[in-house]
Design a binder for this molecule. Structure first.
Ligand code: SF4
Ligand code: SF4
Ligand code: SF4
Length: 252
């Protein structure tokens, strides 16, 4: 197949740490095969090339500036398919912490006495990208799962709909044979968080902080019962959940 006929992929980065692009680059074993099937035309972390001619746009990062809004809308016009890459892009991610303050407070904290002196210091409340443009697919997590990225990309190349999990982390946590952290006196938002990470945080001795966002229909009642048994409330746990991406689900 001529190179120009290959599907063209572009990766874009907005407000974030670029850890999800790094996760893509760390698929060393699989990237050679993928690169034989696609042409990558934008990827700031890996290549100098830039082009407005692409089919699939992977968008990383949340939106916090006016010029990002303009750039994101332009990407949507050019791309046939837009994929939100990671928690910052899918739900707002950790950047949503900023929305707990007024933008004046945020600017003063970051720019000190220079806040307000220049348009360069302007900032907007954090938004997930689907609060600005329609999004076709989501890769959840902070950072994304390499396995899920490879599954979504190969599915799109084959013209198939990718299978993105919509069951709670608890399912994968039990499959991993973990002892539930509630039994150890800790709390966890695994019961209402979208799976796909194989409950990696619990497996390695931590708790689930909900980086993959809510499942589509979280069973809040069942979760409330579990919490009540351990002397907790949904509100206290949801406050913890607001660490990750609560822009779309909370007034944070
Ligand atoms: S989702 Fe996490 S790893 Fe990915 S860009 Fe945002 S902060 Fe970084
Ligand atoms: S609540 Fe947390 S620790 Fe318990 S099973 Fe669910 S994900 Fe695992
Ligand atoms: S266990 Fe929870 S916090 Fe950890 S990766 Fe999975 S969804 Fe994210």
């Amino acid at each position: 197949m001529e190179e120009k006929e290959l599907p063209r992929l572009a990766f874009f980065s907005f407000t974030c740490c670029e850890g999800c692009q790094l996760a893509v680059l760390s698929c060393e074993d699989e990237l050679p095969d993928i690169l034989s099937l696609v042409k990558i035309v934008n990827f700031r972390e890996a290549i100098d090339q830039k082009s407005d001619d692409y089919d699939i746009a992977f968008v990383e990062g949340s939106i916090t500036r006016k010029e990002e809004v303009r750039k994101l809308k332009k990407i949507r016009k050019h791309a046939k398919i837009v994929v939100a890459l990671g928690a910052c892009s899918s739900t707002g991610g950790l950047n949503c912490l900023k929305n707990r303050f007024t933008m004046d407070e945020v600017k003063r904290e970051v720019y000190g006495k220079d806040a307000g002196k220049s348009e360069r210091f302007d900032t907007l409340p954090t938004r997930a990208i689907d609060e600005i443009i329609p999004v076709d697919y989501y890769l959840h997590g902070c950072p994304i799962s390499k396995k899920e990225f490879l599954h979504l990309t190969t599915s799109l190349l084959l013209g198939k709909r990718p299978d993105i999990p919509n069951h709670p982390v608890c399912v994968e946590c039990k499959m991993a044979g973990n002892i539930c952290v509630f039994e150890k006196g800790m709390t966890c938002v695994g019961p209402i968080t979208r799976a796909g990470c194989e409950a990696i945080c619990v497996t390695y001795g931590a708790i689930c902080w909900g980086c993959r966002g809510l499942v589509d229909n979280p069973n809040a009642d069942a979760h409330a019962e579990t919490l009540k048994r351990h002397g907790l409330t949904v509100e206290s746990v949801m406050r913890k959940f607001s660490l990750y991406g609560a822009c779309k689900t909370h007034k944070c």
